[in-house]
Ligand binder design. Sequence first.
Ligand SMILES: Cc1ncc(COP(=O)(O)O)c(C=O)c1O
Length: 377
Amino acid sequence: MTDLSKYRHLYPHTQSTIYLNHAAVAPLHSKSIEQIKQFQKERIVGNIAYWPDVMDRKTEFKQLISRLVNAPSDNIAVIQNTSTGLNMLAHGLDWKPGDRILLNNFEFPANVYPFLKLQKYGVTVDFVKHRNGRIDADDIAEKIHSQTRLLSISFVQFLNGFKSDLEAIGQLCRQNNIIFCVDGIQGIGALEMDVSALGIDYLSCGGHKWLMWPMGTGFMYISPRIFNRVYPVMASWLSVEDAWDFFNYDLKFLPNAERFEGGAFNLQGIVGAIASLQLFEEIGLKQIEKQILDTTEYLIQLLSDNGYRLFTVTDSRHRSGIVTFHHDKVEELFEYLEKEKVSVSIRSGLIRVSPHFYNTLEDIDKFMDLVQAFDGS
Ligand SMILES: Cc1ncc(COP(=O)(O)O)c(C=O)c1O
């Protein structure tokens, strides 16, 4: 395994806790906290009305995202969270009765409700059924209908960490002229992503999990292919050309993804996000991904060797930062781990473990020792 231990000191909670819950909310690291504190200090003793600075930071943020997901920065917009981005797509498209949308029955609801709301326009939502936590491209292909206009799927599923075969799904979408939308929140920051190579048309991603941003900051990407097909749901004063010419009410939307943004935004969150993106760039996403996958592989091995039943699909093509397993005393085990200062989640009656790059194999050993101690073995 690559030694990323020099970054561990950026996470002071590691001195007293074992945090294995990044699929829920990630801790901020001390570089991010320092940048946010500096930003706050400037707000009280320095440049209080900070408009030009706002735009520079937004540009910097988008350039970092552009490199993270391999997309032009003009096609990236700042959003609050994943739900906002998905709603912007769902409600920005022109729907006709009879149009169909393809989802699956294993999604987190954030990637379902924005599309179900479209039923009131006569749109039908179809669901591919997962097979014991797998969503296979062949099953998706079978559910495609001549009227299917859009498919939305998570990069990584929240419950068991199943990583979608975005390459195969993207191909299906292109062959059938379907808009290909991805909810990125459970994968981006942990795994490499290339929206251009995968032919993704739209990506929505909140930042408070694997990207380690302050909550309430996220981004969306819209491909050049569908850019003109999505009408901005929010027309803010900053969505237009010549925004500072206040009494020129010509509604000329900007030619880039900024047209989709609301007005003033969470700049403090963006400051924290920039610090995190810079850190991830310094380490390299390839290294981060490798570290996470090595750690989860180790955990999968330990759980299997000790007789625990996994709900995570262990095939390496579908693995991510999430490992989920069955236990017959989920609540009690969870409470016991909390008491021992080990953080995981309970989701749908299962234990979900989600280490990030700074977690070590020793963290995993301690977690496993505690689970076994709880089970009296
Ligand atoms: C797959 C997935 N999408 C979206 C969300 C959250 O949506 P939002 O960023 O809108 O809070 C979660 C978890 O909270 C998730 O697991």
